[in-house]
Structure formats: structure tokens, C-alpha cells
Design a binder for this molecule. Structure first.
Ligand code: ADP
Ligand code: MG
Length: 285
């Protein structure tokens, strides 16, 4: 990343030092009101994620992972409890204020990529810079740098339909990085991708984390994907049940050479196929 905050280093013992957590939740609950019925999606979650961490959030479908991510990403608000983002209490902000915080501090990656289809990769990546009030001359430069960081500089003028699923997700990651966020959040980022492409995406996350100190938190229900993180949180019934360091961590850079490759020309040949049609369809919890 162009601007790496000096605080983005993994402290020896973060809890004991004065490093401000990137994320701190205090007894956060989320209840969805469906008329007569109340769904208790989060039942009191407290956790801290420090700068430079790489966390995988796991758990069965319905355990509250997406609810948690949406709160962390300032896309939704907790019912009760407090949320400190980069040291700032964001629990009591209005939706408008939250949107501003989100645009400056959060990079969010979705399972379905969520790119604008009639818009080039470059313009997709530029969009958040417009909302963040970046000067026009600066926008394209930043967007090109972000595309370069995910290895897609040469595809800047491609439309999403002309890109493979993995490439579309890389554009989405570039878009998430373009405003140099404090934390990158991704909800099942590999859920729509085949296994090799999934490892390529984990390679990007690991390098952003290792080389640029970027704090990363991803949701996945696949244990082999969680092995690329440094720490795993396991959710069940809206509560965090497990918080453990990853043992025998996988390094994507080492795993990739052992996997079969897909020829980029094959991907170009598939460019006319509707987006997603040539990606495998996994569980979409
Ligand atoms: P996960 O991502 O782990 O599959 P979710 O956070 O999506 O779990 O869902 C947790 C619980 O909250 C589930 O019971 C789900 O049905 C419910 N839920 C999620 N979003 C909503 C919503 N917008 N309205 C009502 N209930 C919801
Ligand atoms: Mg989910």
C-alpha cells in the first residue's frame, strides 16, 4: 500500500502494550425484529483485533458471521454494546456518520464481488475515492496503484464480464484498498471460487498483511481457507466459542506451485460467458 500507518505492526503482546486495537467490541448484541418474532443473531460478543492481525471467522451457517461482519464494516448497527473502530467509538454514530467512517477506514469484500457490470475495472476501483472526496486528478492514479497491487494493472479497461471470477474478486479487493483502510474485511471472499483461485486470493491477503501490515479479517466456513489466517474465531448460535492461534499455518505462495494452473488464455476464451457461469457454486451461507 502507498501509505502504511506506522502503527500497522504486530506487537509482541498487543494486549499488554498501548497499541490501539483496530477493532474492539464490548458485549455486542444484534436482534432482528421480524414482527412477532425476534432473531438473536449476536448474543453478546466481545473481542479485540490488533493492527497487523489476520483473523478468520468461522462457524456454521446462521451462526452470526455475516451479522458480525456487517457491524464491523459499519454496514449495520449493533442493538446493544459498544464498537470502537481504530480507537473511535462508532456505536452511537448516525447512519450518515457511519457511512463516512466506513469510506475512510473500512475496505469490504463480498462473496459475490458486487462490481458494477457496465463499468471498467478501473472505474469500479475509483468509485470509493469519489465518495471519500479524493481530488479528481488523484483518483485514477490511486485506482491504478490499487489494481497494480492485486496484479491486475493490465486489465484496467476490462469490464467485469470480461474477467474470470478470481480476477473480479481481485478488482473488488483493489476497490476495498483504494482508500487505504485501517482494516480489510471480507465475507466468504472465496465462496464463489474454485480451490486454486481461492488460494490465489489468500495469497493476496497474506501479502497485504505481511508486506504492508494491513489488518485482515475474513469469514469462511472452509477450514483449509482459515489455515491461511493467523488466528481463528469460531462462532456458534451468535456467540464466540473459540479464539485460537492458527497452528501449522498455510502459506499461499508455497501452496500455489503444487496446484494445477488454469491458463489465462482459457479465461479470455470464456470472456463471453455470463459472470459467475464458469465458477463453481459452493454453499453460500
Ligand atoms: P451466517 O453468516 O453465519 O450464516 P447470519 O449472520 O447471516 O449468519 O445470520 C444469523 C442469524 O440471523 C440467522 O438466524 C439469520 O437467519 C438471521 N438473520 C440474518 N440477517 C437477518 C435479517 N436481515 N433479518 C432477519 N434475520 C436475519
Ligand atoms: Mg453469512
Amino acid at each position: 500500500m502507498a501509505e502504511t500507518p506506522s502503527s500497522a505492526q504486530v506487537p509482541e503482546n498487543p494486549a499488554a502494550s498501548r497499541v490501539v486495537p483496530a477493532i474492539k467490541l464490548e458485549n455486542v448484541t444484534k436482534t432482528y425484529n421480524l414482527g412477532e418474532v425476534q432473531v438473536h443473531a449476536l448474543r453478546g460478543v466481545s473481542l479485540e483485533i490488533y493492527p497487523g492481525e489476520f483473523v478468520a471467522i468461522m462457524g456454521a451457517s446462521g451462526s452470526g458471521k455475516s451479522t458480525l461482519m456487517n457491524i464491523l464494516g459499519c454496514l449495520d448497527k449493533a442493538t446493544h454494546g459498544r464498537y470502537f473502530l481504530d480507537g473511535e467509538n462508532v456505536s452511537s454514530l448516525t447512519k450518515k456518520e457511519l457511512a463516512r467512517v466506513r469510506s475512510h477506514k473500512i475496505g469490504f469484500v463480498f462473496q459475490q464481488f458486487n462490481l458494477l457490470s457496465r463499468t471498467s475495472a478501473l472505474e469500479n476501483v475509483e468509485l470509493p475515492t469519489i465518495y471519500a472526496g479524493v481530488r479528481p486528478q488523484e483518483r485514477e492514479k490511486r485506482a491504478r496503484e490499487a489494481l497494480d497491487r492485486v496484479g491486475l494493472a493490465e486489465r484496467a479497461m476490462h469490464f467485469p464480464s470480461q474477467l474470470s471470477g478470481g480476477q473480479q474478486q481481485r478488482v473488488a479487493i483493489a476497490r476495498a484498498l483504494v482508500n487505504t483502510p485501517a482494516i480489510l474485511l471480507a465475507d466468504e471472499p472465496t465462496g464463489n471460487l474454485d480451490s486454486r483461485t481461492s488460494v490465489e486470493i489468500m495469497d493476496i491477503f497474506q501479502k497485504l498483511n505481511r508486506d504492508h501490515g494491513l489488518t485482515v479479517a475474513i469469514v469462511t466456513h472452509e477450514p483449509d481457507i482459515a489455515q491461511y489466517a493467523k488466528r481463528t474465531l469460531e462462532f456458534r448460535d451468535g456467540k464466540m466459542r473459540l479464539d485460537v492461534p492458527v497452528q501449522n499455518r498455510f502459506i499461499a505462495e508455497e501452496v500455489l506451485p503444487t496446484l494445477a494452473t488454469v491458463d489465462e488464455d482459457d479465461i479470455d476464451a470464456l470472456a463471453d460467458v455470463p459472470p459467475g457461469a464458469h465458477t463453481s457454486n459452493r454453499d453460500t451461507s
